[in-house]
Design a protein around this ligand. Structure first.
Ligand code: GDP
Ligand code: GDP
Length: 472
């Protein structure tokens, strides 16, 4: 095929920069601990700027730890409220200490709240001993310092040995700004921003991959010819010359590393090794992938390897079953079986049945890419995530292991592209349970077309021996 068809192509004048989603850096965690009634919940509401906690207190229902999104001076973080957490422990003091310990183990910074109108109690002092053993930065909050006189009283709390008390009135807001400044100081240094979605966005980057002869060149040509619109430049962006800019449905997409495909219809590709290196690089450079399969042939090991590459790279997937014109009822029957068997690892991948040759359903590719990208960049607010998770684990708790069931304390989504979730737990979770959580997470929130990453952060066992109880 001559190159001429690639030269008479329309030039796109401007690309509308889309609203770029704010990059989500991993959020540090702030735990708020202290005795009941010292004002933890009031302080948390003050920090998250809300009058009402998201999770309501329902009489008779034990409220577990809850986490919220917060922001101060442009920095986002997660606040974990330990208020209202009252386990069925006989020894109340021990229970409170355990509660504090759990929160401390998973936090980056701890706010230890004391009621300055009461002063330090025995329970406070017990908690302090644990806090001092931990290596976590602790800020001592002298709450209910509603006026100057009370602020003065707060100085008595120096005696707890946690350093400077921060006089605060959670109720009125007094002192809370200074406290939050100190919290930000104590957080780990801000992680570098994620590379994607930074700055004004050019065309979305797509990798069109598939083993030789599945129809990649044909599809690219079809997409380009149908729209008569492979373009060479988009104002304000630099595009690698090996990439193709293709307008589909009035929108420009950047197909990564397609130089070979442009010229190559029908010709055999380079060595497989070289081809796979290039494919890996293209996937890495892309935000979303079209993985082309030949529906007239058995799903092969090579197809599987490609799919693994894509999902391990954390990219969105649209599976395009090409050559659909060759699929008859008989083949359809076997293909369905193959899909069930071979693609069960990625039930979330989007599927389109197309024919590059006839043009069948190729118009469905762009909407599928959008769905995958939306999922890929989706973020669930921490409050919503935890409300849902609390209900989930209540309905279906983790199975008991060695006499105990690991518990999920709370979850956050520290990243997007692809979505990353962290479950903070009392102990490691069964892989089966993690899969269950993923399945339910997808059922509830979507994420079609995108891989998601769930990691588990079990609370660290204390003591040098690992699991032994420390004596007190
Ligand atoms: P928690 O059990 O530690 O979560 O405590 P709460 O946040 O539920 O507060 C317990 C009580 O203390 C409530 O009646 C609050 O209104 C009150 N309170 C909280 N913060 C302050 C404060 O800064 N000043 C005063 N005067 N009362 C407060
Ligand atoms: P590539 O190696 O993945 O770029 O595949 P090509 O685009 O070169 O296609 C390989 C062969 O499959 C060529 O002979 C194409 O004409 C043929 N082909 C591509 N798409 C289709 C299709 O949808 N239906 C049929 N019947 N043949 C196709």
């Amino acid at each position: 095929m001559s190159n001429s068809e690639w030269t008479e192509l329309a030039v796109v004048e401007t690309a509308e920069p889309e609203e770029s989603a704010a990059p989500v850096a991993p959020q540090p965690v702030l735990a708020v601990v202290g005795r009941p009634n010292v004002g933890k919940s009031t302080l948390v509401n003050r920090i998250i700027g809300r009058r009402q906690a998201v999770v309501e207190d329902i009489p008779g229902v034990t409220r577990d730890r809850v986490a919220y999104d917060a922001q101060w001076a442009g920095r986002r973080f997660t606040v974990v409220d330990t208020g209202g957490w009252e386990p069925d422990a006989k020894d109340r003091a021990a229970a409170i200490a355990a509660q504090a310990e759990a929160a401390v183990a998973l936090a980056d910074v701890v706010l230890f709240v004391v009621d300055s109108t009461v002063g330090a109690t025995d329970v406070d002092e017990k908690a302090v001993r644990m806090l001092r053993r931990s290596s976590k930065p602790v800020l001592l909050v002298a709450n209910k310092a509603d006026n100057n006189a009370m602020e003065h009283e707060a100085h008595a709390l120096w005696g707890l040995g946690l350093g400077q008390p921060w006089p605060v009135s959670a109720l009125h807001g007094r002192g809370s700004g200074d406290l939050l400044d100190a919290v930000l100081e104590a957080f780990p240094k801000e992680a570098p921003r994620e590379t994607f979605a930074a700055g004004p966005r050019g065309p979305r980057r797509v990798a069109l991959v598939g083993r030789p002869n599945v129809g990649k060149s044909s599809l690219l040509n079809r997409l380009a010819n149908e729209e008569r619109s492979v373009v060479d430049a988009v104002a304000g962006t630099t595009v690698d010359p090996v990439d193709s800019l293709v307008v589909i449905g009035g929108e420009t997409w950047q197909f990564v590393d397609t130089a070979g495909l442009r010229k190559r219809v029908g010709k055999a590709s380079g060595t497989e090794y070289f081809a796979s290196l290039r494919t890996a690089a293209a996937i890495e450079a892309a935000e979303v992938t079209v993985v082309l399969l030949d529906s007239s042939e058995v799903i092969s090991e090579q197809d599987q390897r490609l799919l693994s590459m894509v999902t391990e790279a954390g990219r969105g997937v649209v599976l395009a079953f090409n050559k659909w014109d060759l699929v008859d009822a008989d083949r359809r029957h076997y293909l369905d079986k193959e899909i069930e068997r071979e693609l069960k690892r990625i039930p979330w991948a989007l599927r389109v049945n197309i024919s590059a040759k006839t043009g069948r359903a190729v118009e469905k590719i762009a909407p599928a890419l959008h769905t995958a990208l939306t999922s890929w960049e989706k973020r669930i607010p921490t409050g919503q995530l935890n409300q849902w998770l609390t209900a989930l684990v209540q309905a279906t708790p983790h199975p008991v292991r060695g006499g105990r069931a690991p518990r999920i304390l709370f979850a956050t989504q520290p990243g997007v592209a692809p979505p990353k979730f962290v479950l903070f737990t009392t102990a490691p979770l069964d892989p089966g349970y993690i899969r269950f959580v993923e399945r339910k997470l997808r059922e509830e929130f979507g994420f079609d077309g995108s891989p998601i990453d769930i990691s588990v952060k079990p609370r660290k066992e204390k003591g040098p021996g690992g699991r032994g109880k420390t004596h007190g």
